[in-house]
Design a protein around this ligand. Structure first.
Ligand SMILES: C[S@@+](CC[C@H](N)C(=O)[O-])C[C@H]1O[C@@H](n2cnc3c(N)ncnc32)[C@H](O)[C@@H]1O
Length: 310
């Protein structure tokens, strides 16, 4: 980070960003609201729901992060017992984001919308994008309150660029698109690089094709030249294992729907896939040829692709 970076913190940040975080230990006044005496948490109380596992925190554990709690580590342990390559799968998923972002910035993209961004894990998307193009603008969103609590790391923009965070649920794409923080940061008349990495498998269809409808809504709001980068877990290489993972998450309170190659491909309908098309995450434009071969398909369990709107 350069010394001037904090100057670029977006003024349109989420109101809730300054919220005091309630891990159950915050002092309360007699009416149950937060205690606002000096030294006490300010702003509304945020319930971090530490008693149950969350996908962002399980993923953080797989990536070797520290923002995970007992419930998350227990769920992660169960996943590892049936899918020992979860650590590798998480890493190659994250590294796909690094390479796809680099490729898109080099191709001229300057506006990014990263939905389901996850707990900040350096390098974050803006670190990569602004490292190449300091004027890049990035909007992050997630629905986990712990990502909001750590959003400061995502808001350290360059002075030339801008970053913002929107606490929101991808199940309400119109609300994301209408968020003031997004509108202050991105110009939706210009191309936007949308990323939905390891997100849409947390949206179940329930017989209504909801996940594709959500992605279609987001795609429709973006102009020609916009891009969609996406990864998505699949049962194609190990259906039995992936079914066990679905069961573990369901037991921990999170529903999942893994999708086939054909279902993944359908998210990009009407847009042009960039080379190499649908790939395993580590095989999408690897930095070194040997990076494409060190993980077996079943260990990755995930597809990746980037497409451009004609
Ligand atoms: C596996 S992590 C992926 C993080 C990051 N995109 C990456 O690939 O490195 C999935 C993220 O999606 C978020 N998420 C899950 N369901 C969501 C929803 N309905 N709306 C918004 N975010 C969601 C989780 O909180 C978590 O941070």
């Amino acid at each position: 980070m350069n010394a001037g970076m904090s100057e670029g913190i977006n003024e349109g940040m989420n109101e809730g960003f300054d919220a005091g975080i309630d891990d159950g230990t915050a002092d309360r006044t007699s009416d149950g609201t937060a205690d606002h005496r000096p030294g006490r948490p300010a702003g509304p109380i945020v319930d971090l729901q530490l008693d149950r596992a969350h996908s962002s925190r399980i993923y953080d554990y797989f990536l070797g992060g520290k923002t995970n709690f007992l419930a998350d580590r227990m769920a992660a342990g169960s996943v590892l017992s049936v899918f020992p390559s979860a650590l590798i799968a998480a890493r190659i998923n994250r590294e796909f984001m690094h390479r796809a972002t680099r490729a898109l910035v080099k191709a001229g993209m300057r506006q990014f919308l990263d939905i389901g961004t996850g707990i900040p894990t350096p390098p974050n998307l803006h670190d990569i994008a602004q490292g190449i193009a300091p004027d890049a603008r990035i909007v992050y969103t997630d629905n986990d309150p712990i990502v909001l609590a750590h959003a400061a790391a995502l808001l350290l923009s360059t002075p030339e660029g801008r970053t913002a965070y929107v606490q929101s649920d991808v199940n309400d794409p119109e609300a994301i698109l209408a968020a003031p923080q997004l509108r202050h940061t991105l110009d939706l008349r210009e191309p936007v690089a949308l990323s939905l990495n390891a997100l849409m498998h947390f949206v179940t269809d329930d017989g209504r094709d909801r996940a594709h409808a959500i992605v279609d809504t987001l795609k429709s709001a973006l102009p020609s030249g916009s891009t969609l980068a996406m990864t998505h877990a699949t049962p194609d290489f190990g259906p039995g294992t992936m079914e066990k993972i679905v069961e573990i998450y369901r037991g921990a309170g999170t529903v999942l729907q893994f999708r086939s190659r054909g279902e993944f491909l359908r998210f990009f309908d009407g847009w042009e896939l960039l080379a190499p098309g649908v790939a395993l995450p580590h095989q999408w434009r690897p930095d070194r040829p040997e990076d494409a071969t060190y993980v077996a398909d079943a260990e990755a369990g995930c597809y990746a692709a980037v497409a451009r709107k004609p």
